[in-house]
Design a protein around this ligand. Structure first.
Ligand code: T5A
Ligand code: NA
Length: 209
């Protein structure tokens, strides 16, 4: 179905941030908000641990396997590539996709390990560009106080400090930076307004790139 019949499409919305910044919680709230307004929407996340590539990533993140830094970087990217055509189909059908992490996570986590910044970007070229990137901004020390921290490979304070610096290098004026230390409800309120603007702009024919 094509919504209003004029080629209206869904919006590609990406949430980024440090581990435990609140992305998953906000993505869920956003999904029910958009659905409540009658928009077609889905929640996706990367890594998508359900695919065969995703299973390798999951083993790596849970310290059950060791991989060369370049190898795991390319697997994270491959995990996005295997969903690319479905992503395009859904958007063109009019479904808004809310994505918990995307290429930006791929670049910042690997460059925080010391891999070349430009090299890290290369395998992402050709993936769909988001209509909006929302960055949940939190100090690494604050994120570390939240429940469940420390369970996976990258959840270490010193490393997350480097990740935070890499996000600052990568971000640009188009990102919406939200203070993630506010209550979940206040963070949610700010995100909803900005996202709804994008959803409406895409319905009116904003091109996909
Ligand atoms: N990675 C990922 C790469 O290296 N390369 C890549 O290409 C990609 C895609 C897994 C790891 O993989 C790396 C990055 C990651 O290290 P993940 O599965 O997305 O990525 O893991 P996390 O980001 O760690 O996901 P989390 O679920 O742990 O964190 P979220 O989603 O940011 O936070 P959330 O919503 O689960 O909340 C965490 C806790 O904080 C509370 C929640 O209740 C929960 O307990 N909370 C708040 N508390 C107070 N105030 C608020 N405003 C709160 N919001 C949430
Ligand atoms: Na995690």
């Amino acid at each position: 179905t094509r919504g209003d019949g004029y080629g209206s499409r869904g919006a590609l919305i990406v949430l980024e941030g440090l581990d435990r910044s609140g992305k998953s919680s906000q993505c869920r709230m956003l999904l029910s908000y958009l659905e409540g307004l009658g928009h077609s929407a889905e929640l996706w996340r990367f890594p998508d641990r359900s695919t065969s590539v995703g299973k390798m990533i999951n083993e790596y993140l849970s310290d059950k396997s060791q991989l060369d830094d370049h190898t795991i970087h390319l697997l994270f990217s491959a995990n996005r590539w295997e969903k690319r055509s479905l992503m395009e189909t859904k958007l063109k059908m009019g479904t808004t996709l809310i994505i918990d992490r995307y290429s930006y996570s791929g670049v910042v986590f690997s460059s925080a390990k010391g891999l070349d910044f430009e090299w890290c970007k290369t395998p992402e070229i050709g993936l769909l560009a988001p209509d909006l990137v929302v960055y949940l901004d939190i100090l690494p020390e604050k994120a570390a106080e939240r429940a469940g921290y420390g369970g996976e490979r990258y959840e270490q304070l010193e490393f997350q400090k480097k990740v935070s610096q890499c996000y600052k290098l990568l971000s640009d004026f188009s990102w919406e930076i939200i203070d993630a230390c506010q209550s979940m409800e206040d963070v949610g309120k700010q995100i909803k307004e900005i996202v709804l603007d994008q959803v409406m702009a895409c319905k009116k024919g904003k091109p996909l790139s």
